[in-house]
Write a protein that binds this ligand. Structure first.
Ligand code: IMP
Length: 423
């Protein structure tokens, strides 16, 4: 497959990094195409745990080239500290990393504004990761952003930066009542960043399309998930980018005809962090139990994740929006101890059955459930689909049928080895 696309189908944290890591061994280039250091991708290899926020998880394979795509917002501090961490662990990355010159630079004051605006929004807070993501994308859309390429333009420093500093200072002073930016300091920060990023710069669309044309295999790595998509998620409780297929194309610049395989990553149940709709959410002891056995705490913020039962309507939505060819299901082992497992198989809204994920009125969704018998035995040592207990196979086959998408990969534990490929 020239280009394979990996997309979260739920509200993020589906275990994308583990699947990407598993599938990266015969891939030449892994590309992150949207988001920034709001993502937390955890990979476990040989007993070691790695958490990536900006750098694609493919970096753990010594021959894989990793690209930070143009749809990303790059916090230089977070990026450089991730490089330090790789260095400390002896991972050679210098010749294997590329940064799109049209990606946007995320500055410290954007993180400050993100925090301040969350603090002051009372019941309207989004529950962001406070990494400045929405502020940086707002500047991008408002044409007041700073791109990586700008850091190398004297014209930018002379004619554009003074205006941007002034523009930001009005906002910082009048709305947030925080100290203003000093042009000398911002210039110094950007020039230092320019020096550190220089060796990784790439014209991403040219580079990736040339590599594809020469037969290289590319994997596009989405962050967050379909239900956090700015256009197709549970707006306004979403992130500020498009984790879906459309975002992969604009965020990488590759010719869409190269994308031959779209894999949706799906947890065997559902989690979400932050505010917003979650039709199958569990509460109280039931939620606490699932959170604990699933170790559902955010990799970026440490926040406890909200948890709930598998929701077929969410996956059908993701299948439509992204054009999923198959599903990779993660964390099946977390459900080992359940007597019965519920699955949301449909919704009613105002007394009527609907067959789509609605764009509002989420609180009035009535969820229709089916119950499946649990398997009550550990699955983490299963190597083939046939090794799984009968009820685990039934659970998977029922979900395939409800969602209309085949499940081709099943993860039964955090390590690379705990992975089942299914025909
Ligand atoms: P932001 O992306 O920091 O602006 O946060 C917006 C929403 O997306 C919040 O509900 C966050 O919790 C959620 N979010 C952002 N990144 C991730 C992620 O990597 N996993 C799960 N949720 C995320």
């Amino acid at each position: 497959m020239p280009a394979t696309l990996i997309i979260g189908t739920q509200w993020g944290d589906e275990g994308k990094a583990k699947v990407i890591d598993y599938l990266s061994h015969n891939i030449d280039i892994v590309v992150r195409y949207q988001g920034g250091a709001n993502a937390g991708h955890t990979v476990k290899v040989n007993g070691d745990t790695y958490v990536f926020h900006l750098i694609p998880s493919g970096i753990l394979y010594p021959d894989v080239i990793c690209v930070l795509g143009g749809g990303m917002v790059i916090d230089p501090d977070a990026f450089l500290s991730e490089l330090d961490a790789l260095e400390k662990r002896g991972i050679q990355y210098k010749d294997r990393l590329r940064v799109a010159d049209n990606a946007h630079i995320l500055l410290p004051h954007q993180k400050l504004i993100d925090s301040k605006s969350e603090e002051s929004s009372g019941n309207n807070k989004i529950g962001t990761t406070k990494r400045g993501i929405g502020v940086c994308y707002s500047d991008k859309v408002g044409r007041t952003g700073i791109r990586v390429a700008d850091l190398y333009s004297e014209n930018f420093y002379k004619n554009r930066l003074p205006y941007l500093v002034q523009h930001n200072n009005t906002i910082l002073k009048k709305i947030y009542e925080v100290p203003e930016l000093e042009i000398q300091e911002v210039t110094k920060y950007l020039r230092t960043t320019a020096d550190k990023l220089r060796r990784y710069l790439v014209n991403v669309s040219y580079y990736l399309n040339m590599e594809l044309a020469s037969g290289k295999k590319i994997m596009l790595e989405g962050a967050q998930g379909t239900m956090l998509d700015l256009d197709f998620g549970t707006y306004p409780y979403v992130t500020s980018s498009n984790p879906t297929t459309g975002g992969a194309i604009t965020g990488s610049g590759i010719n869409f005809q190269y994308i031959e395989n779209v894999i949706g990553i799906t947890k065997a149940y559902v989690t979400r962090v932050g505010e917003g709709a979650f039709p199958t959410e569990l509460f109280g002891d039931e939620a606490e139990h699932l959170r604990k056995i699933g170790n559902e705490y955010g990799a970026t913020t440490g926040r406890p994740r909200r948890v709930g039962w598998f929701d077929v309507e969410v996956i059908r939505h993701a299948a439509r929006v992204n054009g999923l060819h198959s599903i990779a299901m993660t964390k099946l082992d977390v459900l080992d101890s359940y007597d019965t497992i519920k699955v949301a198989v449909g919704y009613e809204l105002s007394g009527k059955r609907i067959s789509y994920f609605p764009s509002s009125d989420y609180e009035n969704i009535k969820v229709l459930y089916e119950e499946f018998p649990g398997w009550k035995e550990p699955v983490h040592e299963c190597k083939n689909f046939g090794d799984l207990p009968k009820n685990a196979r039934r659970y998977i086959q029922a979900i395939e049928k409800f969602c209309g998408v085949p499940i081709r990969l099943i993860s039964v534990g955090p390590s690379r080895e705990s992975t089942i490929l299914k025909k």
